[in-house]
Design a protein around this ligand. Structure first.
Ligand code: 5AD
Ligand code: SF4
Length: 473
């Protein structure tokens, strides 16, 4: 983790946080030993980016990052509750910290993020995980410095979770994990209330950041060496609806496309019901907007889509994809799919398989339906047995992988343009980068290529990555 940006403090509340940051910094700078933190993040990019903000605040407070829990003075779990599995992991990890905390009494353990927006979770933590020092939610992340100072001075667990979202807070410092490619929030919350999903309850109602705030952040990033941005929002296609100035997501992309230094613009996630013709046109026209559309369809059957409250049909989804492929021929389409929604029959599942075969996704995140307390789907009848769901899930994943391998094989001997990100994960003497379609490419090359756009000829495609060699110009 590297860099902080220096936004002006914009509100009174942020001034207070700044004071807390400074007080903590002078305390930490006067301490005999460097104070260290670990942040463990679960879930989506939105959470990853929130963790970058927490890291930004901590580093401004004089904390240093460590990877060893035994060494940490502060451990933070930034949690996710989209599926039960993620929640169970958090409980397990919190439990295992009990002994560590006994040995190191002044260690602070904090839990934050989506799970904490659920009252029953907070009750469980209060009851069974008394060694936790601080609990806060998604809506008061910017108040973390103040909460941390208060938690340090309190003998009891400090719990502060805001039930509702407030206004968007600008000016939270960020330490970005990667300098070359980074996340930029463009909106928060979701109004869609898909019946299986907990997000609208944990992240609040949809609200967009002001255009100028986004432009300022992206310009600042470009000046500091960022080449690729990923715009984040639960439903980026409805960007602008809460703003006065009448701008659409496509309009925002056009403006960001003008910013010098930025080479690639990605975004996620797009809801099929809101994907506009204008957005497809922008993808076709704007060179920097990557030809990659993450377009979750969740399920293929119209009956299930209706029960999910997704507001599109199998036919309209396929027509949308056809239009997208026609206007942006090199587009990569990726998706999210849920298997085993209540009432899903084998025939319904075959509709999902049909979409997979027709669209030929470049990659898919596949999920087994997880019952979330408080969502309408949790009350529905006909929950599917584990055995049936796993069988469907395995068949689906097999099909998806077959198609991914076929798509990747079609890259053999083709030249692609790659933004070089750094050493390859599998062999750190090689390099890795991604194409505009987000395909991972490994190749031999000089490390001075990092941060550059380079032409690579694909020589050895694999199922989940491509191997190639630099094309000498
Ligand atoms: N069960 C399984 N998957 C879910 N998702 C959201 N809620 C659930 C749930 N209750 C998946 C959706 C969404 C992705 C981020 O997580 O596919 O697009
Ligand atoms: Fe959840 Fe649906 Fe909103 Fe996505 S669009 S965050 S799946 S409610």
């Amino acid at each position: 983790m590297k860099r902080t940006n220096n936004y002006e403090v914009t509100s009174l509340d942020m001034q207070k946080q700044q004071e807390m940051i400074e007080a903590m910094r002078s305390m930490n700078e006067g301490a005999k030993e460097v104070k260290k933190y670990i942040i463990v993040t679960y879930g989506c990019q939105m959470n990853e980016h929130d963790s970058e903000k927490i890291a930004g605040m901590l580093q401004n407070m004089g904390y240093h990052e460590t990877t060893d829990k035994k060494d940490a003075d502060l451990i933070i779990y930034n949690t996710c509750c989209v599926r039960e599995n993620a929640e169970l992991k958090v409980y397990g990890n919190l439990g295992s910290l009990k002994n560590l905390k006994k040995k190191k009494e002044d260690m602070i353990i904090a839990v934050c993020g989506c799970m904490m927006q659920q009252p029953q979770v907070v009750e469980e933590i209060k009851k069974k995980y008394r060694h936790v020092d601080l609990v806060f939610g998604t809506h008061n992340l910017h108040k973390f410095p103040e909460l941390l100072v208060n938690a340090k001075h309190s003998d009891n667990m400090l719990v502060e979770v805001w039930e509702n979202e407030g206004e968007i807070i600008e000016g939270v410092p960020v330490i970005r994990k990667y300098e070359l490619k980074t996340f930029v929030n463009i909106m928060f919350g979701c109004n869609n209330f898909c019946t299986y999903c907990i997000v609208p309850y944990t992240r609040g109602r949809e609200r967009s950041r002001e255009v100028q705030d986004i432009i300022n952040e992206v310009k600042d990033l470009a000046e500091n060496g960022t080449k690729e941005i990923t715009l984040l929002g639960q439903n980026v296609n409805s960007y602008g609806k809460t703003l006065e100035e009448g701008i659409t997501f496509a309009g925002l992309l056009r403006k960001l496309n003008e910013i010098e230094g930025i080479e690639r613009i990605r975004f996620m996630t797009s809801h099929p019901k809101d994907l506009s013709e204008e957005l497809i046109d922008v993808m076709a026209e704007c060179k920097k907007v990557s030809p990659h559309m993450h377009l979750p369809f969740q399920a293929g059957s119209n009956k299930v889509l209706k029960a999910m409250n997704r507001s599109y049909t199998k036919e309209s989804y396929l027509a949308l994809v056809d239009n997208l492929k026609r206007k942006v021929p090199d587009v990569a389409i990726t998706s999210d799919i849920i298997v085993g929604f209540p009432g899903e029959t084998e025939a319904d599942f075959q509709d999902t398989m049909e979409i997979v075969e027709r669209v030929r996704f470049d990659s898919v995140f596949t999920f087994i339906y997880s019952k979330r307390q408080g969502t309408p789907a949790a009350e529905m009848k006909d929950h599917i047995s584990d055995e049936v769901v796993h069988d469907r899930f395995n068949r689906l994943v097999r099909k998806i992988n077959e198609i991914c391998a076929e798509i990747n094989r079609s890259y053999l001997n083709k030249e692609v343009e790659v933004l070089v990100e750094g050493p390859s994960k599998t062999d750190n003497e090689r390099l890795m980068g991604r194409t505009g379609q987000s395909k991972l490419v490994n190749f031999d090359g000089d490390f001075s290529l990092i941060g550059k756009l380079v032409k690579i000829k694909i020589t050895d495609p694999k199922t989940f990555s491509l191997n190639g060699e630099v094309v000498e110009e």
